[in-house]
Design a protein around this ligand. Structure first.
Ligand code: HEM
Length: 344
């Protein structure tokens, strides 16, 4: 199926919008009327109704070109959003192969990968790229393999190395993050980079998640959903650029909630890599403004309840405290108090 790619912005004039189809395929993250951290991982197998974000291993949608243009802008201003430690070269090639294959198999009308021994040709039609290179020889690409492919894939990417019974944040492309920094976290381990998260350490979420991931099998990727909220459809909510977006949280009024306040959902997938034994972590960000979200009545009802009853520690950590009451009040108009069904 051909995707019609939109020309849109995630900054300044914020022309980003979801089409009705994009709203329907949004990975709504709540399967009950309340939310607490958990080890919410499941096999990453095709699922959902036709067209849903879970249909393909790596999801490409109408926002592809807009997101890639935004990433290029971020990298121009701040090249440290891409980093890879020297021992991660095998994992970089593993990642390039996985992401090229997934895009070519999932969207053959837009991407093609031809392999002839170690002579490969990659064609990315939407971006106008036709690149021949030698797999394993970085000098045959215009930049490192991880940077080359992640400039052409929606979502942030972190590669974690596995050694000494731990996972280490040793490479990544991070330009669409919810207020954390690759430059700060590079070289940290699983418990260290999760240090700021409230409550989850105490209830054993990170110990259990780490144990699970250390045993992740090749060919059996897993997924989980995470969420937060963002004012304006801004992808780059990084600490590095906090001065550009932090004050937006104080601009929410009862009149502009529907347009300004966005639910930000991350579809996170984790893949064991074949040669390096590292784990690829893809964090794909989906944005939906409140006006779009309430077009699905069961989402409106449920999100109202989740937000209303969210533990204050989570609201503070996610940075929602300032505009949460205004948003709850606005959403309450869409909650008729009826019981909801379990599941999404
Ligand atoms: C938050 C990275 C896997 C659960 C975070 C943060 C980072 C991160 C950088 C933000 C921390 C901060 O505030 O500075 C990663 C990486 C992973 C990974 C690189 C790949 C191995 C997981 C898994 C779980 C998990 C498997 C499963 C339980 C969480 C939770 C938060 C979090 C609950 C808080 C999110 C929020 O409230 O918005 N992660 N994570 N992470 N992570 Fe992970």
């Amino acid at each position: 199926m051909n995707i019609t790619f939109k020309n849109e912005t995630f900054r300044d004039d914020y022309t980003f919008r979801n089409s009705p189809e994009a709203i329907r395929r949004f990975p709504f993250p709540f399967n009950e009327d309340k939310y607490m951290y958990s080890v919410n991982m499941e096999p990453h197998v095709p699922a959902g109704p036709a067209g849903h974000a879970y249909n393909k291993p790596i999801d490409v949608d109408e926002h592809y070109l807009g997101e890639m243009a935004d990433r290029a802008k971020v990298l121009k201003e701040d090249p440290l959003r891409y980093q890879a430690l020297p021992h991660m070269m095998a994992a970089q090639w593993d990642t390039l192969e996985l992401l090229m294959e997934a895009q070519a198999e999932g969207y053959p009308e837009h991407f093609t990968l031809e392999k002839n021994g170690d002579q490969w040709r990659w064609i990315n039609r939407p971006m106008g790229i036709d690149q021949t290179f030698t797999f394993g020889d970085a000098s045959t690409l215009p930049m490192e393999p991880l940077e080359f492919i992640t400039r052409q894939v929606q979502g942030d990417v972190v590669i974690v190395d596995q050694r000494d019974g731990q996972l280490w944040c040793d490479a990544g492309m991070v330009t669409t993050q919810a207020d954390w920094s690759l430059d700060f976290d590079i070289g940290m381990n699983f418990h260290e980079w999760h240090g700021p998260v409230p409550l989850a350490h105490e209830i054993g979420v990170f110990d259990r998640a780490l144990k699970f991931l250390l045993n992740l099998q090749q060919g059996k990727p897993v997924r989980r959903l995470n969420w937060t909220m963002t004012i304006n459809p801004r992808l780059d909510t990084s600490p590095e650029n906090y001065h550009k977006w932090g004050a937006d949280r104080a601009t929410v009024t009862p009149e502009n909630v529907g347009n300004k306040v966005h639910l930000r959902c991350e579809l996170q997938t984790l893949w064991r890599l074949p040669r390096s034994n590292a784990i690829l972590f893809v964090i794909r960000c989906y944005l939906i403004k409140m006006e779009e979200l309430v077009t699905v009545p069961k989402w409106a009802r449920r999100f109202h309840r989740v937000l209303r009853d969210l533990p204050p520690e989570l609201a503070d950590y996610k940075g929602l405290t300032r505009y949460r009451p205004t948003t709850i009040e606005w959403l309450s108009k869409f909650d008729d108090g009826q019981p909801t069904s379990p599941g999404i």
